[in-house]
Design a protein around this ligand. Sequence first.
Ligand code: S3P
Length: 428
Amino acid sequence: MTALTITPNGPLRGMVQVPGDKSITHRAVIVSALAEGNTTIRGYSHGEDCLNTLRACREMGVVIEEHPDCVRIQGRGLRGWQEPTRPLDCGNSGTGLRLLAGVLAGQPFFSVLTGDDSLRRRPMGRIVRPLREMGAKIAGRQHGEFAPLAIEGGSLRGITHTSPVASAQVKSAILLAGLFAEGETTVHEPLPSRDHTERLLRYLGVTVEAAGGHVRLTPPSAISAKDLTVPRDISAAAFFLVGASIVPGSEVYLPGVGLNPLRTGILDILQDMGADIQVRNPREHSGEPVGDLLARSARLHGVTLSKEHIPRTIDELPILCIAAAVADGKTVISGAQELRVKETDRIRAMATELRKLGVVIEETADGLIIEGGAPLHGGRCVSYGDHRVAMSLAIAGLVAESPVHIDDTACIDTSFPGFYDNLLDLLT
Ligand code: S3P
């Protein structure tokens, strides 16, 4: 089991090229594998989560060449995947498992999806129920609530599904299944979640309409392959945006970061807290907005975040807890109960670990109350095997009075191989 020790060590200065967006990479790989023709995907995420999705596609006969800066995928068409001969291991990735479940629901063969201990504890009923309603036969532990999931796919019918949670994974699983269904598929969600699946499918010519909280997909007869460029991951950039904001004297430049408006809650919230972050050179990659970010240190103050803020910043809440711990005044986060079913219970994990560093933090059923501004002291923390908890605690270590030791940090590689080297580069 690996560990990190972060010793407070001056400002962060320089440029960091964060990995390709994890959410978009999963979708780019899966959809290219379903397309007719070859796709080159540039800037893909090398994180373990995405590599597991890539391996799963290979298990179904998809030929994929990996290069350092791109992957080449020989699409097999909507109906060309082959029955896998063994269970598909999605590792730590909820996105990988749930999106693949959507596709496999529409395939006329048997498949099994599984993952690591954390993934096998995460709720799957939220995708199993609508996929069954579309006509797939799915078995799983506790009546399909938990993976492994065994799927006998086949002919599906389009449905109208109202999701009780704002979840892009749920929405995407159903829309991907909708590619194979008879008739249109519509998903309604309580608040808009990231729309990478919709943007990618539209970019490839599929009819996907969004209006008034509904997304409706019309099944295509085929998808034509087109080369794709993945923006860098704003969720990875978030660690450096907060690091640069809270370590005095810092200035960090992050080029080519994805700025999908359903992911940029972190920018709006940090700016509301008083951060100095500039967006430069707005442009587009394969239907997704992109820009360069410049973050300089600034004095932060606490904020109040409620349920409307959560979907646009869901993965950044752990690192926002670090900003809140350093900020003047109180930060209140509510409406974030989804954090309890991520790679770990992130509400419990952040409250427990930040308390070890001397932060006054209270856990509520659906969020956290953080009293900011007191100095952080060093200590020994654990990541609970959660990459975002591990990286958030590492950033906390930059402003602690003495070293912060974090156990169980190999998980960082699920989304951000090279995180520690990037951090060291900015410190020297
Ligand atoms: C993701 C959606 C979010 C997010 C996850 C990636 C995606 O999960 O937390 O890291 O790529 O669709 P939920 O859909 O469960 O909210």
